[in-house]
Ligand binder design. Structure first.
Ligand SMILES: *Cc1c(COP(=O)(O)O)cnc(C)c1O
Length: 392
């Protein structure tokens, strides 16, 4: 291919060199199989412990069957945004099912979790308003907060006290809207936001709590309801967002809350106006996943059994573990070099777990992020534990 002269070329090269030197250069590995405990990646068979398809739904026969039926019936794309000509009956059905799962009056669908945040947060607050954001929040929340142009106060991880101290010290003007934004389950650490504390605080200061349940939906709570199910709190002063791309094995994002909030967001959220609606077939996948969550409790039980088994195994190795039932196991090793070395050693032992480095995690906290699926077998978990024992 011919080299394209570009005014940016030197800048690009310098930045790429810098990333390589810092151990932060990224490249893609190519899968030739679907997502499953064993994948074909870069032409090799590997045990996968890096997927967020926690319940193994992306390969579930009923998911595939119902998605294929919708595909046959409705075709591949919606061709317009929901507000123009892209609002399908299946979108509506999924919204009703999400509202039922989250026990809210309503829900609103977006084409991804990222697009949900980008649409929702700037609709809730703007210049002159105040956002409190946990310092380990997901990048999509960070970006959406920045886009809102509200003042952003970053608080130390899970420390609600910081918020009340700050609000007492510097009382906001009465018309300031206050938004507290947090992951429900933190994506790279697997720990939980102190939602009851944040909700109490929100009540005192008339703030709104926005919880990102990307890793909690389908995972936490008696039936996979997410954070509210786990903490047994109602959705007052609370707005839940989440994604269908993780435990639900598909794609798309949602926000769930009161009907007036949904109505407002339908009229405000720019990613609903200016991005094309999810294909009906994807809605069929999501709808099926939400039904499976109710009808096949064995899926969630399987995930929890795997989490408990692996947790015991890691504890026996002296490793810290996440709260019960969370399928995210970070092994924090420090430097980029160490994390890349471990990932490579695992790769050579037929296990695929990529190194997680800045900006995804803070400097000096590079890690391997192990994620479990309900469909991993005991034998596969044992293989990983044995290999980790040899390497750590
Ligand atoms: C993955 C993720 C998102 C984005 O969801 P997508 O549907 O993949 O765009 C948002 N928040 C958190 C915490 C996530 O882990």
């Amino acid at each position: 291919m011919a080299m394209t002269p570009s005014p940016f070329r030197n800048v690009f090269q310098a930045e790429l060199d810098r990333l390589k030197k810092a151990g932060r250069y990224r490249s893609l590995r190519t899968l030739d199989s679907g997502t499953a405990p064993v994948i074909s990646v870069d032409g090799h068979s590997r045990l996968l412990f890096a997927s967020n398809d926690y319940l193994g739904l992306a390969a579930h026969p009923r998911m595939i069957r119902e998605t294929a039926q919708a595909l046959e019936r409705y075709g591949t794309g919606m061709g317009a945004s929901r507000l123009v000509a892209g609002h399908h009956r299946l979108h509506e059905q999924v919204e009703n099912k999400v509202a039922a799962l989250k026990k809210t009056e309503g829900a609103l669908l977006f084409s991804s979790g990222y697009l949900t945040h980008i649409g929702v947060i700037p609709s809730l607050v703007g210049p002159g308003d105040l956002i409190f954001s946990d310092n380990l929040n997901h990048a999509s929340l960070v970006d959406a907060c920045r886009l809102s142009r509200a003042e952003i106060v970053i608080y130390p991880h899970r420390q609600g006290d910081f918020i009340s101290d700050r609000l007492r010290r510097i009382p906001p003007r009465p018309d300031t809207r206050i938004l507290i934004v947090t992951d429900g389950v933190f994506s790279m650490d697997g720990d939980l936001a102190p939602l009851p504390d944040l909700q109490a605080l929100a009540k005192t200061y008339e703030a709104l709590v926005l919880v990102d349940d990307a890793h909690a939906t389908g995972v936490l709570g008696p039936h996979g309801e997410g954070s509210t199910g786990h903490w047994r709190i109602d959705s007052k002063n609370l707005l839940t967002m989440g994604t269908f791309s993780k435990a639900l094995g598909a794609l798309g994002g949602f926000v769930a809350g009161s009907e007036i909030t949904m109505d407002y967001l339908r009229n405000q959220a720019r990613t609903l106006f200016y991005s094309t609606a999810l294909p009906p077939a994807v809605c069929a996948s999501v709808g099926c996943a939400l039904e499976l969550l109710r009808e096949e409790p064995g899926l969630l039980e399987g995930l929890r059994r795997n989490c408990a088994y692996f947790q015991n195994g890691l504890q026996a190795l002296g490793m810290p573990v996440p709260p019960e039932g969370i399928p995210i196991f970070p092994i924090i090793v420090g430097s980029e070099e160490r994390a890349l070395g471990l990932a490579q050693a695992l790769w050579e032992r037929d296990i695929y777990i990529p190194a997680i480095r800045p900006p995804t995690v803070p400097p000096h906290q590079c890690r391997l992020r192990i994620s479990l699926m309900a469909t991993h077998t005991r034998e596969q978990l044992d293989i990983l534990l044995t290999v980790l024992q040899g390497l750590l």
